[in-house]
Design a binder for this molecule. Structure first.
Ligand SMILES: [Zn+2]
Ligand SMILES: [Zn+2]
Length: 243
């Protein structure tokens, strides 16, 4: 399959996982409990993918600007998810309603929509460089997609929106992911900016959005799954063609 279609197909799969995550939430599915394993595994895998592949590749492509773009990606998500928004965290929204006005819930949606756009930019950038990099970034993104769709739907319900709005919000996140893949495919030269920016976004999502959720679980079980995510990435890297 040509790389363009492959990256669009995987972008669609990642977007669909956002929708599935939203569906798990509004259906009150008992299997939603298992999402925490995706959070822990995804956090480890994403962090390793960002530090071992996206950062060095980004610096090779754009030695002058990549470091500042990585930092900008990290700070950008912090601004959108945690500065303009008074209350946001991954996982189910179980806190008091007073935190969650309608305005807050739409700010969360906006912040997550920007972050998911860069999930798509990351997948698209990976495929511009190599099929292997595209696949591993896709896995990194995919692993946190179910919890991501679940989170946005949960925030919507907690702020008093209906189930329809909750599902639509998870669909918006999926669509933004696909849009990110599309944008990089339309202008592949933007990979020089897109890859380091999305590396910063990925580091943020892994270390600042997901790891605190891993740490909330008592015991070392979840931490071990986090390390398994790191090791699975390292193992894949050892298998990488001529890397
Ligand atoms: Zn909360
Ligand atoms: Zn994401």
């Amino acid at each position: 399959m040509p790389k363009l279609w492959l990256s669009l197909a995987l972008g669609t799969a990642a977007g669909f996982a956002d929708y599935l995550g939203g569906l798990l939430l509004v259906r009150r599915s008992p299997s939603a409990r298992s999402l925490r394993y995706f959070v822990a595994l995804g956090a480890g895998f994403m962090l390793a993918a960002a530090v071992l592949e996206m950062v060095p590749e980004g610096i090779t492509l754009n030695p002058r600007w990549a470091p500042i773009l990585i930092l900008a990606g990290y700070c950008g998500v912090h601004l959108l998810e945690h500065t303009l928004v008074p209350h946001f965290h991954f996982g189910e929204e179980t806190h008091h309603d007073e935190f969650l006005s309608a305005k807050t819930s739409y700010s969360v949606l906006l912040g997550l929509a920007a972050h998911t756009f860069f999930d798509g930019i990351a997948i698209g950038s990976g495929f511009v460089l190599s099929e292997w990099l595209g696949w591993v970034i896709f896995i990194a993104v995919f692993l946190h997609k179910l919890p991501e769709g679940f989170t946005v739907a949960s925030v919507m319900l907690a702020s008093g929106r209906g189930r329809r709005t909750a599902i639509n919000s998870s669909i918006i996140l999926g669509a933004m992911t696909l849009l990110g893949v599309l944008v990089i495919n339309l202008s592949p030269s933007w990979v020089r900016v897109g890859l380091p920016l999305s590396a910063g976004v990925t580091i943020y999502v892994a270390s600042t959005d997901l790891v605190p959720e891993v740490n909330r679980e008592p015991g070392i079980h979840m931490a071990l799954i986090f390390f398994a995510g790191v090791l699975i990435f390292v193992f894949l890297k050892l298998l990488a063609p001529s890397a």
